[in-house]
Write a protein that binds this ligand. Structure first.
Ligand code: AMP
Ligand code: GLY
Length: 422
């Protein structure tokens, strides 16, 4: 099969790495990809949100399957675009349609969905500038800290957590006045949930589902989870506190009601589901849905999937996922992100990266990299993800850290405390 994978981050390199191990693969194309994906498939320099270009490539390269990495093409309706096009409609897409993608594209949509299907989540009120007074009185009923979320996609920056009521009131005003543009025309005000976060993943063909390995992500730039939010600075899979009892609750109270709810609402959904959960005293609550895999979680979970991923994707495409066998390794995988100095604020690009070839006992997944004059150079905030297997978390981490030290580029930074809370 010829596969087109959309995206350019560490998640996509990890997916490309896994797809390339399948004996069902004929040719792999990644659009636009990065320096890492170019070593295992053919990069094509197009924007995944330019559907006309995606169409041209899909036809020109005889693509049999499209795997969508990031959320934007999904929220913009790439799956609907394919289904509605006579020449593309028989090419399956791993990823939901525009309506299903609203689980990630609109916090209010996701909240209403959870309420309708009895899925545990924080209490909330959704407000616009017309109903700001309702919002202010809802805030008064809550106890601090206060959680405000821009309804729409805001590149991971649309959630604010405020310590005092007056800060929350001010922030609500600012958001509704366009702080995040269109995305914060509506704001979801939420009760704060206190606990420890964990990311769960499933893949579904719309009827049956398989639960993928879970992971813990470390979002802040600074050690001990301090400082600014980032896309993610590292990940560990599996997560020790996600024991059998907790996983059973996640499946019964969250995953099954989500898949059944989508069916009941007649939302056609084939693809990944990412459940951002809070473990509150042993009980899972949904903090957010995403309609894709996580980054850097993918770099920690794909190495633990033993089964052929294209076989699973075929199951999704042909509605035979139920008959597929998903095998997961018991080993731990740790992922450490190397980032550019200054990230998540401004940083420089184009720094030469040295010593990647010297890494023997870790897998180096490229994120923000490109090839320039036969050299690999930095091309983003998150540069490389270093994933290692181990019999336990510490043995996995020590390999990742040894290699994180070996790889060199100007301004390199990484957190040295990934896994500290497990
Ligand atoms: P989100 O973009 O919805 O994942 O939110 C970003 C981050 O804000 C999450 O990873 C949590 O750390 C935090 N967060 C979001 N909602 C809540 C909540 N209701 N209670 C506590 N923390 C939250
Ligand atoms: N690592 C969190 C995310 O991908 O949204």
């Amino acid at each position: 099969m010829n596969v087109l994978l959309l995206g350019s981050g560490g998640r996509e390199h990890a997916l490309a790495w896994k797809i390339s191990q399948s004996n069902k693969l004929k040719k792999l194309f990644i659009a636009p990809g990065n320096a890492g994906t170019s070593t295992i498939g053919k990069n094509i320099n197009i924007d995944p949100c330019n559907f006309a270009s995606v169409k041209q490539i899909a036809l020109e390269k005889n693509i049999n399957l499209v795997v969508v990495g990031p959320e934007n093409p999904l929220v913009n309706g790439i799956q609907d675009f394919f289904i509605e096009d006579a020449e593309l409609k028989n090419i399956p897409i791993i990823g939901p349609g525009k309506i299903g993608a609203q689980l990630e594209g609109s916090k209010e949509f996701a909240k209403k969905f959870m309420l309708r299907h009895n899925i545990p989540t924080a209490k909330y009120l959704s407000v616009s500038s017309k109903s700001i007074d309702d919002g202010l009185s809802f805030l008064q009923q809550l106890s601090p800290p206060y959680v405000l979320k821009a309804d729409g996609l805001a590149a991971g920056k649309g959630v604010l957590i405020l310590n005092t009521l007056s800060e929350a009131n001010q922030a609500l005003n600012k958001m509704l006045n366009g702080q995040f543009g269109e995305a914060s025309k509506r704001v979801v005000i939420e009760e704060f949930l206190s606990g420890i976060e964990v990311s769960f993943f499933a893949i579904t063909d719309g009827n049956s589902y398989k639960i993928l390995p879970e992971a813990k992500d470390y979002k802040r730039i600074g050690e001990n989870e301090t400082g600014l939010n980032t896309g993610g600075m590292g990940a560990i899979s599996p997560v020790a506190f996600a024991n059998k009892e907790f996983k059973d609750k996640v499946e019964k109270q969250i995953i099954i009601p989500t898949i059944k709810g989508l069916k009941k609402d007649k939302i056609y959904y084939k693809g990944f589901l990412f459940f951002g959960l809070m473990n509150v005293n042993g009980n899972p609550f949904v903090i957010e849905y995403n309609v894709r895999l996580g980054d850097p979680e993918t770099e920690a979970i794909t190495p633990r999937i033993k089964s052929d991923i294209l076989d699973l994707f075929e199951g999704v495409a042909n509605n035979t996922l139920e008959n597929k066998n998903l095998q997961i390794s018991d080993e731990t995988v740790s992922t450490i992100m190397l980032v550019s100095g200054g990230y998540p604020q401004s940083y420089e690009k184009g720094k030469e990266i040295k010593n990647i070839d010297s890494v023997k006992d870790s897998i180096v997944f490229h994120a923000g990299t490109k090839t320039s004059n036969n050299k690999i150079v930095t091309n983003g905030g998150r540069v490389l993800a270093i994933s290692s297997y181990g019999n336990n978390m510490n043995s996995a981490l020590s390999k990742s850290y040894k290699n994180a030290e070996k790889i060199l580029f100007d301004g390199k930074y990484y957190r040295k405390d990934i896994g500290f809370d497990l």
